[in-house]
Design a protein around this ligand. Sequence first.
Ligand code: PHE
Ligand code: FE
Length: 304
Amino acid sequence: MASERSPPPPATDGRTGTNTSLRGDYSRADGEYVVEQDWAAYTADEHALYVRLFLRQSRLVPRYACAQFLDSLARLDAGGAIPRFDAVSVRLRQATGWELVAVPGLIPDDVFFRHLANRRFPVTVWLRKPEEAEYIVEPDVFHDFFGHVPLLFEPVYADYLQEYGRGGLKALGLDALGYLARLYWYTIEFGLIQEGGNAGPSAQGTGLRVQGNGLRAYGAGLLSSSGELAHCIDDLGAQRTRFDLLRIMRTRYKIDSYQPRYFVIDSFKQLLAETRPDFTPLYVKLRGLSEFSAEEAAAEDVPA
Ligand code: PHE
Ligand code: FE
């Protein structure tokens, strides 16, 4: 599974799939890879680029993002400059008990899971270069903040992410990280939600996708992407399948192109309920099952 990375995944907008060395400054990180954000060190150009990225996505999200994301984004009011993590943490702690920690970039799996399990969300401190506005390989502060942080204000989603962290620590001990990483990918990074419950396949058979049918993005890789956010909802060639835990854990993913398939939940409550049971027997079962490529359809797939 060389093409599959454990969370946090390397990709946000476009993906190259090449794993070059990490670009952050790890020299000042503590044992849990936490650094000072050093907000004063951001340049005026960096703030300006952040604002440009923020405005670009802000124009897209009303049409494509889930309601909880839009609510939180509006209340965050974080579009005027690169946000101060400390200030956001104060509000986040009040809302759901989460806080942000600054990290130099990608961190080891066990460290990442420990942060999540303790309701700490690691946010990369550095910002992409202007030439990476459309396309970046590693997560930067824009992806991490814009894509991930607003939903941390949503109580059920917030619980799910903590459970994921606990599940990650457990999966490490069971040598099952490859399976669990797929769940991260297909929910936290590239998940879709059918608002108002499952309305069935939209305009199935007509070749048309009805606008405003309540299909929305909640995955951070989508929410922070200039191209894939519209693609995942509007594109008729993208496959959308109802959430199915076992199916997801059997499905490889692409890190170097748009996803050929998205998995659609009805609600965060459903997501949490279906992932709450102990995965230990599931991991055992998975070892005896074949895998699906990212493109391949399965007989039991239910279109969403
Ligand atoms: N129930 C999972 C387990 O036993 C933990 C988990 C919860 C993982 C939610 C991911 C998301 O491992
Ligand atoms: Fe991410």
